[in-house]
Ligand binder design. Structure first.
Ligand SMILES: Nc1ncnc2c1ncn2[C@@H]1O[C@H](COP(=O)(O)OP(=O)(O)OP(=O)(O)O)[C@@H](O)[C@H]1O
Length: 246
């Protein structure tokens, strides 16, 4: 479960979050949309404890206002640029967290688990010993996804999972995310600008606008709503209540 209650966050004079409240029940997938600079990344950082909200509360996997360290074993995260370690082979990237800390896995077990997770995201065992630089962007995303699910975490975060991918690879990654989330029974939160990701991945959609969730609801309703702010965004129109610089 992921819950936020009245999150406020300002940087100096600039208020970014003005009372964000929502709950993602266990096993559900929420996709957060919103224009550039509306605070989606700030919200994600507040949820992960990477930024402290000025006020409000976060509950994540049973933890209240967790620190990044406390929350790490309970979450998997796919970063926007995949964020793999260049100097480590793919399998060590996937098993990175499992090979550290108390109760860490031995190399043989960790490698076997990495190969299994790579298979889940459509990559063969021959990829395990390659280095990230040898992979295409789509393959790196798959490796990032394998790493996110390596520890079978109950909560998954996806930050712009299709950024920089072609439409076909985007569809592949979206389908993988949806399949994995359903199969694991994970609670998921995805940030995206990609309406295809919204359609493919979301049970529910929330739109961040002027520091709050301006609209929240089931995915089908997000695309049939007559809310002018939501419509302008989902239809990508320059005219409407959201100001644009042209
Ligand atoms: N550490 C910081 N210090 C000052 N301002 C910040 C900081 N982090 C974020 N901001 C500001 O908060 C606002 C929201 O930024 P954020 O990166 O969350 O937007 P976003 O919705 O993720 O945008 P995009 O879709 O373009 O990635 C921006 O105006 C940004 O400049």
């Amino acid at each position: 479960m992921i819950r936020a209650e009245g999150l406020h966050k300002a940087f100096g004079q600039k208020t970014v979050l003005r009372g964000v409240s929502f709950e993602v029940p266990k096993g559900q997938s929420l996709v957060v949309i919103g224009g550039s600079g509306t605070g989606k990344s700030v919200l994600l950082k507040c949820l992960l404890g990477l930024e402290r909200a000025d006020s409000g509360e976060v509950a994540l996997a049973g933890l209240k206002n967790p620190t990044p360290h406390a929350v790490a074993p309970h979450i998997g995260m796919l970063f926007q640029g995949a964020a793999l370690f260049d100097s480590l082979p793919v399998w060590q990237n996937v098993a990175f967290r499992l090979m550290r800390g108390t109760g860490r896995m031995g190399r043989v077990e960790a490698r076997a688990l990495a190969v299994e997770k790579l298979a889940r995201v459509g990559l063969g065992p021959e990829v395990a010993d390659l280095f990230p630089a040898e992979l295409s962007g789509g393959m790196q995303k798959r490796v990032g996804l394998a790493r996110a699910i390596a520890g079978d975490p109950p909560v998954l975060f996806f930050d712009e999972p299709t950024a920089g991918l072609d439409p076909i690879m985007s569809a592949v990654i979206n389908a993988l995310i949806r399949g994995i989330v359903t199969e694991m029974g994970a609670t998921a939160l995805t940030i995206t600008h990609d309406m295809r990701t919204v359609r493919d991945v979301a049970d529910r959609v929330a739109m961040l606008h002027e520091g709050r969730f301006h609209w929240q609801g089931p995915t089908a309703e997000a695309f049939s709503s007559d809310d002018p702010v939501l419509r302008q965004f989902t239809e990508g129109r320059t005219e409407g209540p959201i100001p644009t610089l042209r």
